[in-house]
Write a protein that binds this ligand. Structure first.
Ligand SMILES: Cc1cc2nc3c(=O)[nH]c(=O)nc-3n(C[C@H](O)[C@H](O)[C@H](O)COP(=O)(O)OP(=O)(O)OC[C@H]3O[C@@H](n4cnc5c(N)ncnc54)[C@H](O)[C@@H]3O)c2cc1C
Length: 210
């Protein structure tokens, strides 16, 4: 390539000599040396010959003395100078850099409120699909917790006020003395890592212990 001042080095053979030359040159590359190194080898692995006899004697498994040469190509994977087409032709995995987007949660939380303590509700939530486990559904950041305090449960979530976004069950809600004896109605929904909201839970109601 015209104007490309890099020195091109081709190493023939990926045995002891070739591999150690490549490793030394990699260090020089890390220090910014203007090099382009190509290693050519018949096999895609490096064989540690000094232990071959132990394999022959069945003291060692073959896999212990064979190392894939491509483990040495992390530099190729990371280098912006290497195109995905070149990586593919070299048999190196081409990374998918497109971020995967989690869709809106499709399931709803099931809610249990422990009202055994004075002026405190402990709100436990689990996914309706796996109600006995505490794990959130895949791609979910946490549960939005909304509450309405009053004698009647909400007909619509718009009657509730936002209480918290909790990533881990349970959530503890503490109330002021004036709320003692009132009823709190909770509605929850999952929120995905990209902010999409799932369907509302059933309303869970409990009296605030005075
Ligand atoms: C059983 C055994 C035990 C040994 N034990 C010891 C020991 O204990 N200590 C010690 O110091 N030495 C030991 N040696 C010697 C040591 O393995 C060699 O000295 C050393 O491997 C030589 O390194 P090299 O890079 O010159 O060649 P090699 O390590 O032989 O590497 C040559 C590479 O070139 C590749 N190649 C060849 N032709 C082509 C082609 N046409 N196209 C593409 N690729 C090609 C080969 O596939 C190979 O990967 C042992 C050797 C053997 C066989």
């Amino acid at each position: 390539m015209k104007g490309d001042a890099r020195t091109r080095i081709v190493i023939l053979g990926g045995g002891f000599g070739g591999i150690y030359a490549a490793l030394r040159l990699e260090k020089a590359l890390a220090r910014g040396a203007a090099l382009e190194v190509t290693l050519v080898n018949r096999e895609n692995f490096f064989l540690f010959t000094p232990m071959l006899h132990e394999v022959a004697a069945s003291d060692l498994d073959m896999t212990h003395i064979v190392n894939p040469i491509r483990a040495l190509v992390r530099r190729l994977q990371a280098s912006p100078a290497v195109s995905d087409a070149e990586r593919q032709s070299l048999g190196i995995n081409v990374r998918d850099t497109t971020p995967t987007t989690a869709g809106a949660p499709s399931s709803r939380p099931v809610v249990k409120v422990d009202s055994s303590q004075r002026l405190r509700h402990v709100i436990a939530f689990a996914d309706a699909a796996t109600p006995t486990r505490t794990a959130k559904p895949a791609g979910v950041m946490g549960a939005e917790i909304w509450v309405k305090i009053g004698p009647t449960p909400p007909v619509d979530p718009s009657e509730c006020t936002f209480l918290a976004l909790d990533s881990r069950t349970p959530y503890t809600a503490d109330y002021a003395g004036a709320d003692g004896g009132k009823t709190a109605h909770y509605m929850l929904r999952w929120v995905s890592t990209n902010g999409d909201k799932g369907p509302w839970s059933e309303t869970a109601s409990a009296t605030i212990g005075a």
